[in-house]
Design a protein around this ligand. Structure first.
Ligand code: ZN
Length: 467
């Protein structure tokens, strides 16, 4: 009787998706049934006919991970595009960000994060790397529960069903050379010891989320830590993803070179054991030699093309990095705009504008859309420590369905679909998203859209009234 019960229970947990076509790890296939259970793909069968219990979709793709997000910054989108006479070009952004961070409550942070995660899922992302550096109360006093705000991010992940890789940030100094934190940075600050306590709290809250969710660490940048602190924190956390901002802007490269005697990427590769568990976020300003060495390290380049364009950071060394076999993924960073299609096409267009050439992000001959999409799927999953990035048995069911019959894509052959998605479509071709099997987006809408949007609007009213 027990065996019988267990087998019935297992059958109830099985979910079947039937797709007219699917991009599998082995290539395109038609009339595919994908079965998943407990968050993982358990069977893939091409050349089937749909069954009454199947969820029927048009085209299945591996869903991307959004590998780099500061969710609270979404609330500032559109507020920092005004030039102030006599101020540097970063000033309006940084000034507003600090004023915002002083007024955000835990309730605001949770509501904003839930809305951001919803937007990511509706855009076709199944998972997120939340690079989380708001830890304390305004002024820098910790909450009664040191992990209060990590708990809010985890709650937003639970509400939306997104696959969360939570990355608490070590932020100790206000600038290169162990400069003290500035006023606006008080909510970010931790010593290594308190950071280790905070990571333990984060592990406790994330343990209540589904099993695909996890915790990594994020030393914010070389300028916000010190060589000794970095060494200590890496020794304390030897498993799981490690993310760090690096070489985003020329001033950072100059400051780090003056302090440590080497450019940021050179210094990091020489002084830390950078492996496939690492993601180097931005890695924009690298020499040819740094680009090659970083590619060989196996770390993921965490590219955030829309934010990098918005902040005027500059383009990534795409061709030489790809030529050397470097791994990459994409993230929405400041979340000024959350759009998978815009993110991917901005990556390629930044290369074209610099090189005055077409079809740059591909080695030799091939489809740019396929190279960028499938590369970002694998690299993003690697960055978040998720067994995902391909549709294959045993992988997490991080899957997106798009409508290839949409007007923007209806004339394309199967082998042109990813070019169409990356260059010709908008995110509204996304019909369904599964995050480790959780079917969060159906018919193009998040299943909890109304409640999450209402809570976000209330939070924004309250936040704007407090500024
Ligand atoms: Zn960032």
């Amino acid at each position: 009787a027990l065996v019988c019960f267990m087998s019935i229970h297992k059958n109830e947990d099985l979910q079947m998706i039937f797709a007219k076509q699917a991009k599998l790890s082995t290539g395109w296939a038609s009339n595919v049934r994908v079965t998943h259970a407990d968050g993982r793909i358990t069977d893939i069968a091409p050349n089937q006919t749909p069954d009454a219990h199947d969820t029927c979709v048009d085209t299945l793709l591996p869903a991307l991970a959004n590998l780099h997000s500061h969710s609270f910054q979404r609330a500032m989108a559109g507020m920092t595009e005004y030039r102030m006479a006599g101020k540097d070009s970063f000033w309006t952004w940084r000034d507003l960000m600090y004023r915002f961070t002083a007024n955000l409550t835990p309730e605001h942070i949770e509501a904003i994060a839930a809305f951001v995660f919803l937007e990511m899922q509706e855009a076709g992302y199944a998972s997120v790397g939340e690079f989380h550096y708001l830890h304390h109360q305004a002024g820098g006093t910790p909450y009664a529960d040191l992990g209060e705000l990590s708990g809010r991010i985890a709650a937003a992940a639970a509400t939306t069903g997104i696959g969360l890789t939570h990355l608490p940030v070590l932020y100790t100094y206000g600038g290169a050379g162990q400069a003290p934190l500035q006023d606006g940075q008080a909510r970010f600050g931790n010593s290594v010891d308190r950071f280790n306590d905070l990571v333990a709290k984060a592990r406790d809250v994330v343990a209540h989320l589904p099993a695909d969710c996890r915790v990594g660490i994020a030393p914010h940048s070389l300028r916000a830590t010190s060589p000794d602190d970095l060494k200590a924190v890496l020794a304390a956390h030897t498993a799981g993803p490690v993310h760090i901002h690096i070489a985003e802007q020329p001033k950072e490269v100059a400051d780090i070179s003056a302090w440590l005697g080497a450019r940021p990427v050179d210094w990091l590769l020489a002084n830390a054991e950078v492996t496939i568990n690492w993601s180097l976020i931005h890695a924009t300003h690298m020499t040819a030699d740094e680009t090659l060495k970083m590619a060989k390290s196996g770390a993921v380049a965490g590219l955030c093309p829309v934010t990098e364009a918005n902040l005027g950071d500059g383009p990534f060394n795409g061709p030489s990095y790809l030529e050397a076999g470097g791994a990459f993924g994409v993230g929405s960073d400041s979340n000024v705009l959350i759009s998978l299609t815009e993110e991917l096409r901005t990556l390629e267009y930044s290369q074209r504008l610099r090189d005055v050439a077409r079809n740059v992000m591909v080695v030799g001959e091939g489809s740019v859309g396929d190279t960028i999409y499938t590369g970002a799927a694998k690299g993003g999953a690697q960055a978040l420590g998720r067994g995902a990035g391909e549709i294959a048995v045993g992988e997490l069911a991080d899957i997106v369905a798009i409508d290839s019959a949409a007007p923007s894509m209806c004339a394309l052959r199967q082998d042109q679909i990813l070019d169409g998605l990356v260059f010709a479509a908008k995110d509204d071709v996304v019909t369904d998203v599964w995050s480790a099997g959780r079917h969060a987006v159906q018919s193009g809408r998040h299943v909890k859209r109304d409640d999450i949007v209402a809570a976000y609007k209330l939070a924004m009213q309250s936040l704007m009234a407090s500024l």
